[in-house]
Design a binder for this molecule. Sequence first.
Ligand SMILES: [Zn+2]
Ligand SMILES: [Zn+2]
Length: 223
Amino acid sequence: MSNARLHRTADLLAAGAAAGLLAACGARTITAIAPGAGGWLLAPAAALGVAAADLASGLLHWACDSFGSERTPVLGRTLIRPFREHHRDPEAILRQGTLKLSRNSCLAALPVLSVTLAAPGPSPGASAALFIHATLLVFVAASLATNLFHRWAHAARVPPAVGWLQSVGLILSREAHHPHHAGGRRAYCVTTGWMNGWLDRARVLPRAAAWLRATWRRSPHAR
Ligand SMILES: [Zn+2]
Ligand SMILES: [Zn+2]
């Protein structure tokens, strides 16, 4: 089997396993909603899960754009390079297959979903456990979809349903993502872009990068 075919098969298996585990965890969480109670928790859990995924996408993106290099051991080729390549050729994301685009997200989701499924699920009527499980599953689902949302934010044309989701701000829009590629270290969050406003207004990430670099220079490891 050729290398490309091997990678594609592995990507397909990882995506299938992630989707299967997510569906199994989701079904278990849904069945824990007691008749007439608990269902209302799904809305705030979904909002929190998506917001957390957006923030996580921004922190990962910022870290990979700001630190290390493509030659950094272990993480350089697998994690940092795709972010650096995206800045060299932002439109390349449009030519990349969905399975390859989702590879890292699926590989990161698999252990989280496996542990979640192995752990006891929420009991019927247990509101706090239901809220935590629903938030976690929405976080994972939104994280799995993040690279796809990012790709759509670069596309000149998208399916009408995607365009509507972008227009109401439920997924990352072209306008929300544009400032990131227009220079000025901002708009790192690429799931929905919800968290970019406060992160950019307070310059949280550039300040954090400056602080981390200064701390590193003062540390004995820098010598
Ligand atoms: Zn970037
Ligand atoms: Zn981009």
